[in-house]
Design a protein around this ligand. Sequence first.
Ligand SMILES: CC(=O)SCCNC(=O)CCNC(=O)[C@H](O)C(C)(C)COP(=O)(O)OP(=O)(O)OC[C@H]1O[C@@H](n2cnc3c(N)ncnc32)[C@H](O)[C@@H]1OP(=O)(O)O
Length: 405
Amino acid sequence: MTDHTPRVLGEDEVRAAQRLFRAALHLGPSSDEEWARTGARTQQPGRTLGVFGAGDDRPIGTARSMDLELTVPGGRRVPFAAVTGVAVRPDRTRRGVLSELMRTQFDDFAARGVPIAGLYATEGRIYGRFGYGVTTLARSYTVDTRRAALRPEVPRGGEIELLDLDEAIERLPGLYAGLPAHGPGHLTRSEHWWAGCEAGFRRGDKPVVTVVHHGENGPDGFAVYSADRIFDSESVLRLDMLHAANDTAHGALWRYLTGVDLVDQISASYRPLGDPARLMFEDPRSCQTTGEPDELWLRLVDVPAALSARGYGPGSLVLEVTDPVLPSNAGRYLIDGGSDGTVTRTERPAQLRIGVTELAMLYLGTWRAEALATAGRLEAIDATAPAVADDLFGTRSAPWCGTFF
Ligand SMILES: CC(=O)SCCNC(=O)CCNC(=O)[C@H](O)C(C)(C)COP(=O)(O)OP(=O)(O)OC[C@H]1O[C@@H](n2cnc3c(N)ncnc32)[C@H](O)[C@@H]1OP(=O)(O)O
């Protein structure tokens, strides 16, 4: 079991790791051209791990991360490790290779002072045991454009500019960085993230279209989509990204999207839970929810640092946190909420006992402590504690990430 050696991969080894990851997802390897153009740039140097078995010259398991920043309730941006590219060779699974990778990553994040890690999970049963919890939920929906007349009150104004693929690849990073953070769950996007995005755009067989909205003060929103036009069948516009700094940009982008010719349906996935799309149409049924997938999973690597980074509503509570994977996080924390909220370790008796996975689920405000208590996923030592926790951790709007990695 311990003949697995994890280590950081060198520049000449990361392609083997990427091949391993793609194979685990049942995808073929990148071509030499794709690797040279984008693949190598997706890997942040020093952040790709490989696990080697005795005598192996290629990794049998891999995981990587990118350094981003996460916006937490209260508005602070916190160093964040975006974990991705996790795979174990199919003939070496279920013998602890992933566990080794997770431990090695946590040590690395802690050593570099990164308090929070996050990921998008392929399967729901993989990551809970390592302390990752579902922290944001998203909404997927379709809009039937044949009946989707926009209501007259939907804000209008500004100009729409159409970008071709190369222009989009050049300008999207600056456009995204120029928009304000949309709230808790927002992520910055690094050059490595954008390289992965470019690879996806170039790999697809449908043209990727980008439209930018220009308001009074310059660019203030954009949307990215591709359309699947099938002769004699329903044509679908797949909305890949839509970010807007204000209601006018949001309304104008939707006005553009619903007006694109030869489209019967718009399919939008991983949009915010509170997405106002349904409110914009004369016929609210033209917009149908198709799913509510889990989005970002968070792991609080340094619980005191993560708890201190966010803002709180009113109230005061002693939490007892359990963390079998990173025991230095375990202990009791006094959260004093309000505008000058503080979090301190305490010896006072606990009012609520919670595992680190469930604490991650509360962290951005998606889940209610009362619901977690009902599901048996936390222990209310004091019966009023879940309600107090909800006042402390609750946020004004549902958090959303919107940056897939
Ligand atoms: C963030 C991302 O990149 S998501 C992409 C994740 N990768 C994939 O889905 C690719 C295909 N799958 C794989 O490569 C592998 O199966 C992995 C990475 C999911 C798991 O790797 P393994 O080395 O088998 O995991 P490991 O042996 O360390 O498992 C630890 C525990 O988790 C359990 N576990 C691991 N994977 C799964 C799973 N898919 N479903 C349920 N349980 C699982 C194991 O049974 C084990 O439990 P135990 O400790 O009670 O025995």
